[in-house]
Design a protein around this ligand. Sequence first.
Ligand code: UGA
Length: 452
Amino acid sequence: MPTITVLGTGYVGLTTAALFSAAGMHTYVVDPNDSRLASVRQGKSFFYEVGLDPVIAQAVQTGMLIPTNSYRESVPHSDFIISAVGTPDNPDGSSNLQYVYAAAREAAAHMQPHAIYVQKSTVPVGTGNHIAKLFAEAGVHNAYVSNPEFLREGTALLDSLWFDRIVVGGNDAAALERVVDVHHIVEKARGAIAQAAGINPPTTLPAGSYISTSLESAEMIKVVSNAFLALKISFANSVGILADTTGADITQVLAAVGADRRIGTAFLQAGRGYGGGCFPKDVSGLIAAGLHQGVQLTIMEAAQEVNEAMPGYVVAKLQNALGGTLGGKRVAVLGLAFKAGTSDCRRSPAITIANMLAARGAHVSAYDPQANDEARGLLHANVQVQKQYDDALTDADAAIIATDWPAFTSQAPAEFAKHMAGTVFVDAMNCFEPASVQAVGLQYIGIGRKAA
Ligand code: UGA
């Protein structure tokens, strides 16, 4: 079995390290952040992800997963060095690659000649070639493989174990094969890993293909995939705004449009827009990379513009329903994470909505099943975070579903109505049936769905 080093304990790095170690490979996971390492040692990730903690706990206990802050302790013993360090964005929207390059330089000082350097972080085209130059300057000639990650937060284990495709790109065919072989080891163990994680395999199995490409193509595949998904969402939101003026119900429209197999329904749900650590950054990164090459990606600029306008659109609807002013109104914001299934609040439209409401004078009471702690540092001082969703709802003039957590979507609308003082119910995720909400005396306001 090969030995692996994963650089970075973020969403991608820690999930990858947990799965590789659970599949029977000794895996070091390296991070300079001691509190994150301490958490891994205790069998926990620093973020919430379904099924991940039991896998980490078991792998740490059996000694297969080894958290460390030392390249010297990990990299020289490893056959594969997998870089999954952070790529924040610069103020101009381009990707900040300082951690990517620093990790490569440091690894170069410790790698065995046969070790393969695998890039999992989302990086712009050309990054791999730049790293090859850094390696050459350091006097090492290790193979470099781009192996972009397609997992989603909230379904990270399922996405990684039952993948649509694994892409490997580079100039060294033998190295590409070796990276594919490592993934085969995980694929063979996936039933047992899912069991340890307490998650069920999908009912319909995905294609699960392995795709080998050039280095540049692999780098582009990741960013272009995310850009296309972001484009679909902004398209859904644009026509959702149109539906608001026509009386059509956008959920009916897009379900039928997506029933055409050439289009598909995935990522075609209108709502308060996309957020998180990936789509906003990848879209701005692609726009910036294009401009750098003299190519203006007008279509992505439009997708970004639509997305940035969505929280304001939702808040305007709420304000209208409350008679044109938010000053002094009590508003419950249910959901703060950028999507359900995660504690991640980075670029969360739900946070933007809560902050906009507070800035306009509303008394905002917010609750999230997993993201309360992470949200606190990002919220306007006048947003009160509650421990229970019904505390957030108590005496509210209006409530807004800002993240579609099952804890909210599984409630009967009467459950919301009974705590509220007012009747305005904004479904910013289009996850309730308007008629069922109106039946309990609430005023239903969705995105692109005219109330009956
Ligand atoms: C995204 C991609 O889906 C992953 O394939 C990729 O690996 C990951 O980025 C990454 O680059 O690391 P993620 O950001 O975890 O994954 O979340 P998504 O499930 O893609 O959702 C992103 C945002 O889009 C959320 O705010 C969600 O609420 C929103 N969304 C999604 C919509 O507004 N409408 C939809 O129809 C679907």
